[in-house]
Every structure is written in structure tokens, then in C-alpha cells.
Design a protein. Structure first.
Length: 376
């Protein structure tokens, strides 16, 4: 088994041109985005074929995939293969701006359009003119902005905030999401007409656990990256380490894999990485024996719960890492207060349900709610 997996890696080393890397890896070093992508797994090779077929058109594409799978890298690769490759590629995360700012960021604004608008500013659509605009997490757009985005796509022109004059644009839009937009449409959070407008070409980017042929090529790539960055000797993998890498669920996808390899290179005292260097949770989607039907059902349910919890915790840890880097004042109070506040909101301001959700007594919760001025 181990020899077979190393064959996957060896075949990858002969196809280095199928590695896609972010042009500025330091820009994603503290994020949950992927910094590299490979196309070694047969499913990934099929994806590459799809990308090559659609790249030369101007059709709007919707990339659907979990966090950390490489959605921006796919968008960049589509742009690099397109007739717009000499034009700009602009990437914006729709969830990074407040509802009041997102329209001015996308469409621009005129001087005096709102308080603080001391000069005019072009938006991301105009900045990407002649090229490609990548809108990540498009499901986070407020509905008022969705209406205007739909008009921009239909009319091929933008109207800056505070202006009545339309500005023609020549931009290819690539959108991405890690949420189910069909469910968002049914729930009334996303416009149905916009959904079908951006889903001209759907691109399904599978999670890493469903394209395991990419795992070892990615490991080899990140080993080379961090060997160069940290000026260390070349590391190899023990058979046990190889098996663990292939069996692990990778809830954080490529970004988690990179973090694991980075840490392993840092802490390893040997040129051969062992399972303890990876420091992975003891969770695998594979079974060690042939279970009965009842055992299989219990195992699937248990693994699903564990995987979902692990995936959520991984995302939380990444957010915490970003906060630690920013080092805001009163960090503990900020995190604790936000947790209580969101739990109280999630529980529809019901104290009993909130206390149960947080696993604390109602008296402790009431004291905290008073401190936060959420109750008298």
C-alpha cells in the first residue's frame, strides 16, 4: 500500500507543471485560503479539462467548494488561460465588508456621496476592466447589493454611489461560495434570478478527502516550500506517516494540510517525518475492519458528527489565529463577550436555552448578560 502511494508522488514529480500556486503566498499565510493546487487525482484531472474548456469563453462561472479547497486558485487559473490573461485579475471577499461599504467597494463612489467621501473612487468592477473579477463568498452579499449586481451583469455597466451616470465595463465575473446557494434561494436570502445568472458554468471543487490522489503531491510541494523557507534538509515520510496522511479526513482541506506540513518540518528532529510530527487528531473516515450493517450506520453517524465538529473547530482556530496576530485590546473579553452575545441571539434571547447551549448555569449567564448590558 505504501509503495503504491509513493508511486502517486513519483508520478507527480514528473508533472510539476500541474501545480498552481498563489502569486503572493504571504498574503494567504494567515488566512484559510489554499496557497497551492495540483491536478494529480483523476477527479482533479477532469476538473482541469473542464477549466481548459471554459476558460476561453466570457461565461460567468460559479466555483462551489469548501473553505481551503483552492477556489481563488481555480479562478486565477481560468483567468490565466483566458483571452483576458493580459488584463487585471481582481479578487474580493464579499464577506469582508459591512453592508454599508460593500456597494461602494464594488461599484465605486463619487465625492460627497456619503460622510467621509472626500474624493471620488472607482470600484472593483472598474478596476478589473478588461480582465476578470473574482467575487468570493458571494452568498454573503446583502440583498440590496444583489439587485444592483444583477443589473451590472445584465447591462454591463456600473453606476457609482452618488452618481446617475453609468460607466460601461468589460469584465468577466467568476463567483465562489462555500454555502448551498439553492438552499439560500429557498430561504429567501439569495435572489433566484442572480443565482441562475452567475451559475452559467458551475465548477464543483471537491474537498481534499474526495480527491486523495492530490494529497501526496501537495505534501511533496509543501515539503519543498518549507525546506526552502526554513533552510532545512530534505524530509521524507515514513510508511506510517504516508498512510496517516492518506487516511485523515482533512476538514480544513489544502490549507490545513499546508499548516500540518509546516509544523512537522519545524518540530521534527529527524529527516524522516513520523506520525507524531503531524500531530493530527485521531479521526479517520476509513474503517479498520468490515463492520456489520448496524455498526456501519453508527460509524457513519459518529464520523459525520466528529467531522463536522472538527471542521468547525478548525475554522474557529483560524479566526483566533488572525485575532492573535492583530492583538486587539482586551482580547479575552472580546472573544468571551462575542460568544455569549451570539449564543443569546441564536437562542432567541431565551436564557434557559442559552445557558444550556453554553454549558453554564443560568445564574452565571445572567451575570454575564448584565455585564454586557443585554439585560437590566
Amino acid at each position: 500500500m505504501s509503495a503504491q502511494r509513493w508511486d502517486i508522488r513519483d508520478s507527480y514529480t514528473e508533472r510539476v507543471d500541474h501545480v498552481i500556486t498563489h502569486p503572493n503566498p504571504s498574503a494567504v499565510s494567515l488566512s484559510v485560503r489554499a496557497s497551492a493546487l495540483v491536478f494529480s487525482d483523476p477527479k482533479s484531472q477532469n476538473l482541469l479539462s473542464l477549466i481548459e474548456r471554459i476558460a476561453t469563453s466570457d461565461a460567468t462561472a460559479l466555483i462551489i467548494g469548501e473553505t481551503g479547497t483552492g477556489k481563488e486558485l481555480i479562478a486565477r487559473h481560468i483567468h490565466s488561460l483566458s483571452n483576458r490573461r493580459n488584463g487585471p485579475f481582481q479578487a474580493i471577499n464579499c464577506g469582508a465588508f459591512s453592508e454599508t461599504l460593500v456597494e461602494s467597494e464594488l461599484f465605486g463612489y463619487e465625492k460627497g456621496a456619503f460622510t467621509g467621501a472626500n474624493t471620488s473612487k472607482i470600484g472593483w468592477f472598474e478596476t478589473a476592466n478588461g480582465g476578470t473579477l473574482f467575487l468570493d463568498e458571494i452568498g454573503d452579499l446583502p440583498q440590496s447589493t444583489q439587485v444592483k449586481l444583477l443589473r451590472v451583469l445584465q447591462e454591463r455597466e456600473v453606476v457609482r454611489v452618488g452618481s446617475r451616470k453609468p460607466v460601461p465595463i468589460d469584465v468577466r465575473l467568476i463567483a465562489a461560495t462555500n454555502v448551498n446557494l439553492e438552499e439560500a434561494v429557498k430561504a429567501g436570502r439569495f435572489r433566484e434570478d442572480l443565482y441562475y445568472r452567475i451559475k452559467v458554468v458551475p465548477v464543483d471543487l471537491l474537498p481534499l478527502r474526495e480527491r486523495r490522489g492530490d494529497i501526496l503531491p501537495l505534501v511533496e510541494h509543501f515539503l519543498n516550500v518549507y525546506r526552502s523557507k526554513l533552510n532545512t534538509s530534505k524530509h521524507t515520510l515514513s510508511p506510517e506517516t504516508t498512510s496517516l496522511l492518506m487516511e485523515y479526513a482533512w476538514p480544513g482541506n489544502i490549507r490545513e494540510l499546508e499548516n500540518v506540513i509546516h509544523r512537522a518540518v519545524l518540530v521534527s528532529t529527524s529527516d524522516t517525518l513520523s506520525p507524531k510530527d503531524l500531530n493530527l487528531p485521531k479521526l479517520s473516515l476509513n474503517t479498520q475492519h468490515a463492520p456489520s450493517e448496524d455498526d456501519r450506520h453508527v460509524s457513519i453517524v459518529a464520523n459525520k458528527i466528529s467531522f463536522e465538529q472538527q471542521s468547525t473547530l478548525y475554522k474557529l482556530e483560524n479566526v483566533l489565529e488572525e485575532l492573535f496576530e492583530q492583538a486587539p485590546d482586551n482580547l479575552y473579553e472580546l472573544i468571551n463577550g462575542s460568544t455569549v452575545r451570539k449564543a443569546y441571539e441564536h437562542s432567541k434571547n431565551n436564557q434557559v436555552h442559552t445557558a444550556k447551549l453554553l454549558g453554564i448555569s443560568r445564574n452565571i449567564l445572567r451575570a454575564r448578560l448584565k455585564e454586557l448590558n443585554l439585560i437590566a
